[in-house]
Design a protein around this ligand. Structure first.
Ligand SMILES: [Zn+2]
Length: 238
């Protein structure tokens, strides 16, 4: 693997950008997963160019799977394509979080509604465990665990919706939220999250679709209001 290109990275990074590709997976899938992870972790910064020849060289693969992977990133909403410039990592600023959260509110509500109807006993148990794990970590003061464990709870809920189309939309919104978050202040975790997740969990376990949807929407709407308040404080220079 060659040294990462500075233009590609957006900022110089000492460690290699991309890990070696496992041979057993389809090359385009591997390239897509690798680039997605690099974008969502912020190693490939918003605005960084996604040059097919440079990436193919870095990853030691041919250009066509790279081209396919980049096209998929564009479809995922993680990259944009501009005439004469090629593709680059999508640039979203924190002001775009509010419209994204408005969409997420509807989609998470639908996921909870469907989960209350379709979740298997095993999936209910996984959801209960994800929630307990999250609550216990926070009660031990492990605040840095909030974001990954919150996402794990929502991922478990989505899987229990048994609607693959919905998963694709949620992935897209979640990916774009992650990019917009990179440019903003870290959002403080709220005590409300555990209480709100508990309301979602209870409704799913009782198989009450309407209550589950209402609880999920209320949870995401509260996060959206918190983010909007944080952003208006930023623009006021407070
Ligand atoms: Zn949550």
């Amino acid at each position: 693997m060659t040294t990462p290109d500075v233009e590609l990275l957006g900022d110089p990074a000492p460690e290699p950008l991309l890990p070696a590709l496992p041979q057993q997976r389809r090359v385009a899938d591997s390239v897509h997963a690798t680039l997605r992870e690099a974008i969502l972790s912020g190693r490939l910064r918003p605005g960084a160019r996604l040059s097919v020849p440079v990436l193919a060289q870095q990853l030691d693969v041919s250009r066509s799977p790279v081209r396919e992977a980049v096209q998929r990133l564009v479809q995922d909403g993680l990259a944009t394509e501009e005439p004469h410039r090629g593709a680059g990592v999508a640039e979203l600023d924190p002001a775009q979080l509010v419209p994204l959260y408005q969409i997420r509110e509807v989609l998470e509500g639908l996921a909870a509604r469907l989960a209350a109807t379709h979740a298997t006993r095993d999936e209910m148990e996984l959801l209960r465990r994800a929630h307990r794990h999250h609550a216990e970590a926070l009660s031990r003061g492990e605040d840095q665990q909030h974001v990954p464990l919150d996402l794990a709870f929502h991922a478990t809920l989505r899987d229990a919706s048994h609607n693959p189309e919905l998963l694709q939309y949620l992935d897209r919104v979640q990916g774009r939220i992650a990019i917009a978050m990179l440019g903003g202040r870290p959002h403080q975790w709220s005590q409300h999250a555990i209480v709100e997740h508990e309301a979602i969990l209870d409704a799913v376990l009782r198989r009450e679709p309407e209550a589950a949807e209402a609880a999920a929407r209320a949870h995401v709407a509260r996060v959206r209001r918190d983010i909007a308040a944080l952003h208006s404080a930023d623009t006021e220079g407070a």
